[in-house]
Design a protein around this ligand. Structure first.
Ligand SMILES: [Zn+2]
Length: 457
């Protein structure tokens, strides 16, 4: 959930280029920078602006807006905004609503990130029992997330409880509920990468017990603000340890109006290009303007996009051709049963899809992070007759523009396969293994295999 100190604005100078510069500094002895021939341009995937929807504070069944409110109020008794009438709100955001939301999103192509808080507001453990609900209800709810949400959404733990911090030695919440021991502001002292990674891994393991795969994490509130430089390393260690993910990612930051929304590659100290050891930091590009973290805030969907997609932050980002990742909180979709936020969201998606269908592509947060990782890590060399790729990680829909006279019969050759590419008649038609000739330039879209491959022109 967001409060004023919640998501700190990301520095203006965030870009893959800057990450590469940082990488050069920290890895001068380790590896050379990726070679990118200056006459090649890595485009957006399929030359389309990536869209995504980040949902925070979701979990199974428990209405986090209701259960967080009194715990936040105890920690911050002076805060007016934590005194909303939580007693009147439903305990549950029902699976019927998850089904309605997830089915609608699948029909309209929406993808993104959906948090599953593993011990939501200390109500119960999703891999054990959820007091207030039957074991069958819990099992059914997890099954619904696996079957309906997983195909189009990354699942992230939003730490362990999103309220009280857990003492890893005992598995119980710390007795102290001052800001020092609330996850939204935890930890308040410098801690080691190992400790931080242990805390993240504790959350990840609960979701692993629930058979939910994760490639990244979301920080609740200001979690990790005091140890920002250690967080990427801790994410890397924890997500690799529990899930063996090659390039983990995390969501913590929101980019403001004039800042880049590009994912940032954060290399580990021992990063080497041939064996990537880096975490992707994927920022959102909007605030939460639907129903708020507690589901009781009037929705202002027009701030994302108006009904004909001619104004709004998402429209601006699409027109500027920058990744357009929108943000909300799950209780703000349900709005305690009124669903005002969900209906406003549907209007926004339909407006964007109607005006920008051919210029945008919905992607999971992990897919966006992976694309920028591949963009930062792949070496490319072009000659008059070929382009050579050396890719430490594979990448779907990798799209590059090459100066070339109209070409035909393009073939991508790697150790395992030979792929023929097909010509398309417009940029908007670019899809995997196609190319588009356009006045002295050729744009190619391909599934880049790991390792070396050659595109014969
Ligand atoms: Zn949250």
């Amino acid at each position: 959930m967001i409060n004023k100190s919640r998501r700190q604005f990301i520095a203006r100078t965030t870009s893959v280029a800057l990450a590469a510069a940082a990488y050069r500094q920290s890895n001068a002895q380790v590896a050379a920078l990726p070679e990118v021939a200056t006459n090649l341009v890595v485009e957006l995937p399929r030359c389309r602006v990536p869209l995504s929807f980040i949902i925070d504070d979701s979990t199974c069944l428990v209405n986090m807006g209701k259960f967080c409110m009194p715990q936040f109020s105890a920690t911050y008794p002076e805060r007016e905004d934590y005194r909303k009438p939580w007693q009147d709100w439903p305990d549950e955001i029902p699976d019927a609503f998850v089904r309605e939301f997830g089915s609608w999103c699948a029909e309209h192509g929406v993808k993104g990130k959906y948090s599953i808080v593993p011990y939501p507001a200390c109500v119960g453990w999703l891999d054990r029992t959820l007091p207030g609900w039957s074991q069958k209800q819990l099992t059914d709810s997890l099954t619904l997330v696996r079957e309906l949400m997983l195909p189009n959404w990354d699942i992230h733990p939003e730490m362990i409880t999103h309220t009280r911090a857990i003492d890893l030695k005992t598995g119980r919440p710390f007795a102290d509920y001052s800001p020092a021991h609330m996850e939204n502001s935890y930890p308040q002292e410098d801690v080691s990468v190992d400790y931080l990674a242990s805390y993240l891994a504790y959350a990840l393991r609960i979701l692993k017990n629930c058979d939910l795969p994760c490639e990244g994490i979301t920080t609740p509130g200001g979690f990790g603000n005091r140890v920002k430089s250690k967080l990427p390393h801790a994410v890397f260690e924890a997500v690799r340890d529990v899930y063996n993910v090659e390039v983990p990612h995390y969501f913590k930051y929101v980019s403001s109006d004039d800042e880049s929304t590009d994912p940032v590659m954060e290399p580990m100290p021992d990063h080497a290009r041939s064996v990537p050891r880096a975490t992707m930091n994927v920022p959102a590009g909007t605030g939460d303007w639907f129903g708020g973290w507690e589901g009781a805030t009037p929705s202002q969907g027009e701030k994302y996009s108006n009904t004909d997609a001619t104004s709004g932050r998402m429209v601006d980002l699409i027109e500027q051709r920058r990744p357009a990742i929108m943000l909300c909180h799950w209780p703000g979709m349900y709005c305690n049963g009124e669903k005002e936020g969900f209906h406003d969201f549907q209007r926004v998606v339909m407006a964007l899809n109607k005006r920008f269908a051919e210029q945008t592509v919905w992607m999971k947060v992990s897919e966006i992070g992976n694309y920028w990782a591949a963009k930062g890590l792949t070496q490319m060399k072009a000659s008059e007759t070929s382009v050579e790729f050396d890719a430490p990680i594979p990448c779907q829909d990798f799209t590059v523009t090459i100066p070339a006279n109209p070409v035909s019969n393009l073939v991508l050759t790697s150790d395992d396969a030979v792929k023929k590419l097909y010509s398309v008649s417009s940029r908007a038609s670019l899809n995997k293994h196609t190319y588009f000739n356009d006045s002295g330039m050729t744009t190619v879209c391909l599934d880049l295999p790991r390792g070396k491959s050659v595109l014969q022109l």
